[in-house]
Write a protein that binds this ligand. Structure first.
Ligand SMILES: CC(C)(COP(=O)(O)OP(=O)(O)OC[C@H]1O[C@@H](n2cnc3c(N)ncnc32)[C@H](O)[C@@H]1OP(=O)(O)O)[C@@H](O)C(=O)NCCC(=O)NCCS
Length: 123
């Protein structure tokens, strides 16, 4: 889970070009066990940008180095907020989803954001 937060934070900062903090982590689903000796690969994408916040999706894959089998181990969605030099939330450049996959992720992330903020009493 530490790796998930770290890669999402790194990708958020690369997009925002600003310091970013974790505002929330959605539920974490584990689909397959990871065994000692497996090679973990984490992939993160910016799915949606609000004004100062971004939703990052992280996919974890583990490879059995003996068999080569790759398993989808887990996934999570995280929200990061960009901060200015005074530590206050600051605007982030928007994203323009282009591919069908980008558009699906964008639309789904927008719905998750609405549910997330409602659950947090923010909307
Ligand atoms: C995240 C944080 C900066 C938000 O501050 P805030 O005063 O609530 O700021 P705002 O109300 O202006 O909201 C800023 C953005 O955060 C989003 N946000 C706030 N709380 C959120 C939550 N619980 N989940 C998801 N997004 C959230 C808002 O939707 C807003 O996004 P938008 O600009 O894209 O619409 C503040 O709560 C904070 O500093 N938290 C601690 C972060 C931290 O230390 N993380 C590391 C944990 S180890």
């Amino acid at each position: 889970m530490m790796h998930v937060d770290e890669i999402a934070g790194a990708v958020a900062a690369i997009h925002a070009r600003k310091e970013c903090v974790t505002a929330s982590i959605d539920q974490m689903n584990f689909y397959e066990p990871v065994y000692i000796g497996n090679l973990l690969t984490l992939k993160a994408s910016v799915n949606y940008v609000g004004r100062t916040s971004m939703e990052l999706g992280v996919r974890i894959e583990s490879r059995n180095l003996k068999t080569g089998k790759i398993a989808h181990t887990g996934s999570s969605y995280l929200t990061f907020v960009a901060l200015d030099e005074n530590g206050k939330p600051t605007a982030v450049a928007d994203i323009i989803p282009e591919t069908p996959v980008d558009k699906r992720r964008y639309d789904e992330a927008k719905e998750r954001r609405a549910r997330r903020l409602a659950a947090a009493g923010k909307n």
